[in-house]
Structures are given as C-alpha cells and as structure tokens.
Design a binder for this molecule. Structure first.
Ligand code: NIG
Ligand code: FE
Length: 411
C-alpha cells in the first residue's frame, strides 16, 4: 500500500539516518523542505523531496496537502498513562493551599493512586488506559514510554506491566515499558524501607525480567522517596536483568540523583526542575538525555527546568508529558511544546527537536522514530492550513492538527 502526500507546504525535521539526537546550538536547526512530497509504503517512509523532483504520482492513496505542514509524530518519552481513577480532590486541596508533598505525607499522592489501582481489575485498567492512549494518538503522539509504579506490590506491578504490554499489542503506537516499583514506599514498609528495596531487587525485578515486561528501570530519587544509595542499588539490579535506567531526579531537590544516573549509564534523567550548575556540568560530555516535563511544572506551580541555560551550555534536551493522575493529568505534547517555548524560552525549532528526535533517543528509538528519514516509520502529524510552524506553539490552546498517521495508517 503506497500513500503519496504532495504539495506539502513544508516538510519538517528531515534527518540523515545516522543522527540519533541533537544538542546545544544544533537544536536551533530544523532541516526542512518547502513545497515537498512524501511517499509512504506500508509502515515506512520510502521517499521525499521537493515538488520539482516529483515525476510519478502513482500510489494507492494520493493526498493534496496544500497549505499543510508535515512533521514527525511526537515521541513522548515519559508517561504514567496506566492508572486507575483520578485525583481531582487533591487538585482542589492544592488550590486551597496544601503542597504536593503535604498531600503525599497524609496518604494522598502516589499511595492514593496505588490503592485505586490495587482495587481495579486488569480489564478495567486496560479500558481506562486505552482511552488515554487513543486521546494522545489523536493529539499526534506516535511513540510513548509508559511506567508502572502505581502497583507497589509484586502482583499489582505485574498487572500494570501486563496492561502496558496489552496496549502495545492493541494499538499501532510504539510503546516502551518501564518498571517503576520504586515510586514510593508502600504504607506496609514505612518503617522498614530496606525490606521494600529487597522486595524490589530480589522478587519484583527478577519476575519482571522473567516475563519480559520492561525495557527500562526507573526510581523516584527524591527526599522522602528513594535516596541515592537505594537508587543505586535498584539501578544496579535492574541493569543486571537487562533494564537500562531512566530515572526521576531533581523534581523538588538536587540530592545527587543525576550523578547516580550518569554512573549507572542511564538513557535519560527526567524532571530536572531544580538544577545546580554542578548538575548541569555533570551532564556535559555524557550520552544521557536530560528530559524536561513542563506540563508538570505548570500543573504543580513548581519551577521549570532551566532548559535555556542547559541548551546554551551545549546539552541536548527532550520534552515529554509525564501524563499521570497526580502531577500532570494531561498527555498533550502540543501543550508541552508550547509551554516549553513560552515558559522555558526555547525556540520552536528547539522544542520540536526536543519532542521528536530527542524524545525518540530517550526511549532508545531514534533509529526508527523521531524524524523524516527513509526507512523510518511513517509516523506523521499533518497540520491544518497554518501560516508557519511557529504557529504550532503560538496557538497554544488550539488544535492545529488535521490528521495523524501512525505506521502508515491514518488514525
Ligand atoms: O513524575 N514524581 C513522581 N512521579 C510522578 C507523579 C506521581 C503522582 O503524583 O502520582 C511524576 O510527577
Ligand atoms: Fe513521572
């Protein structure tokens, strides 16, 4: 099955095969062809170029994209899409003055979601999560990472991971799975943290690996959650079982989580709302992708990742949603891209690089996703008739997407 898209106003993010990520000043470049065509065969991009070079209009499906911009679908490298119920009560508590940490300290937060999840069947969880996944696909997401971490017991963590696997079999979107048993200490282990670390390392990680349920290992490394020593122990065990680290660090405090991530060969370090110059320096000359989650900063009214400073100092950056019931009940990558431009002062080119090729890198997917490259999946956002790509973050409250293609099929 061949699909030809022609008269494309601008085809964005055209990259050579070898480009895995972009960093520093290179993030300002967004290679593009104006007045372009794009040819898709089955699931893949097979050709593209300028309209002058197009001689053969033969295809099963021919689409005139006059006025429309085409870019790679978003690559959302950090989400918690699988969860049960919502926490809008805590949202109101925060409006009334409680902080995220205070709500967690009185049994709300992650433990509140864990209770709801433990009481849900696998089927209920699948249905709720499917709805969220379908929504984000419509919003232009073509690849997504999903974490466990609301189970906090061997059975419930495995249930979450099985739901992630079923989602990946049920939808065309590419899904990467992360084991986040170390998201919070369950009430049962409040006074014996080392017993929970043992359960994670000796019971959960081996089970998850035996059932091939996770690509990555994550820890919420933060004051009141997991300290750097506990984090290191879990990352070491995860790595031994074939899961590469991708971790939550520096959301509220800088406690050395970035350095633990770097020394354990993390693929990414995520959140980074609170960064010291030392933290930024540590990331230089490493292969670790820093990931910012601006919708989380927006929703919790916490600082934004100092993305401008980080990119100016030569670092790469990826953007992701953090879609979860507590700190970010939104999986809208368009809002993330706009908020990054508006609040972090990064340019539309930098934000689009961060949300496509660098997001793909942060999931280990940059050889197949995140750019317009021959042989990569035809995961595309086709915008409405808009004046320029700057309009995508500028019109932050509008849906500028006309169609989304995932693996060669319009959804
Ligand atoms: O990435 N920070 C840790 N975990 C999630 C939020 C968890 C929750 O509040 O349910 C996050 O923001
Ligand atoms: Fe998160």
């Amino acid at each position: 099955m061949k699909t030809l898209l022609f008269n494309i106003k601008e085809l964005l993010q055209i990259r050579d095969e070898g480009i895995q990520k972009v960093a520093g000043a290179d993030m300002k470049e967004l290679p593009a062809i104006k007045n372009a065509y794009l040819l898709v065969e089955d699931e893949k991009i097979i050709d593209y170029g300028s309209m002058q070079e197009l001689t053969d209009y033969n295809a099963d499906q021919v689409i005139d994209a006059r006025g429309q911009i085409i870019l790679p679908a978003w690559c959302d490298s950090h989400t918690h899409i699988v969860y049960a119920g919502n926490r809008e009560g805590e949202f109101v508590d925060r409006i009334n003055g409680l902080s995220y940490e205070e709500i967690a300290a009185k049994g709300g937060g992650i433990l509140n979601s864990a209770k709801k999840l433990q009481n849900s069947t696998e089927q209920e969880l699948f249905e709720q999560s499917s709805q969220r996944l379908q929504e984000v696909m419509q919003l232009g997401t073509g690849a997504v990472e999903i974490k466990s971490g609301y189970g906090l017991s061997p059975e419930a963590e495995l249930k979450m991971l099985r739901v992630i696997k079923t989602l990946s079999k049920s939808y065309p979107v590419t899904i990467k799975s992360t084991f986040l048993g170390a998201h919070a200490f369950p009430a049962l282990f409040k006074d014996d943290q080392s017993a929970y670390i043992d359960q994670i390392c000796k019971e959960m990680i081996p089970l998850v690996a035996a059932h091939q349920l996770a690509d990555f290992i994550d820890v919420f490394c933060e004051k009141g959650y997991f300290d750097t020593e506990q984090t290191a122990q879990i990352l070491e065990t995860g790595t031994r079982y074939g899961m590469r680290p991708k971790i939550h660090v520096n959301q509220f405090n800088s406690i050395g989580g970035i350095q633990v991530g770097i020394s354990h060969n993390a693929l990414s370090v995520d959140h980074l709302e609170v960064m010291t110059q030392d933290d930024i320096d540590s990331l230089k000359h490493t292969e670790v992708m820093p990931v910012a989650l601006p919708s989380c900063s927006y929703f919790l009214s916490i600082p934004y990742t100092p993305a401008r400073t980080m990119i100016d100092q030569g670092l790469p950056l990826a953007l992701a949603t953090d879609f979860n019931p507590g700190s970010t009940p939104s999986g809208n990558m368009n809002f993330v891209v706009a908020t990054a431009c508006i609040k972090m002062k990064i340019t539309p080119e930098e934000a689009i690089n961060a949300a496509t090729i660098n997001g793909a890198y942060a999931m280990g997917l940059s050889s197949s996703h995140g750019s317009i490259t021959k042989g990569k999946f035809a995961n595309l956002i086709i915008t409405k008739d808009i004046p320029s790509y700057n309009f995508i973050p500028y019109a932050f409250g509008s849906n500028v997407i006309d169609k989304v293609m995932i693996k060669g099929t319009f959804i």
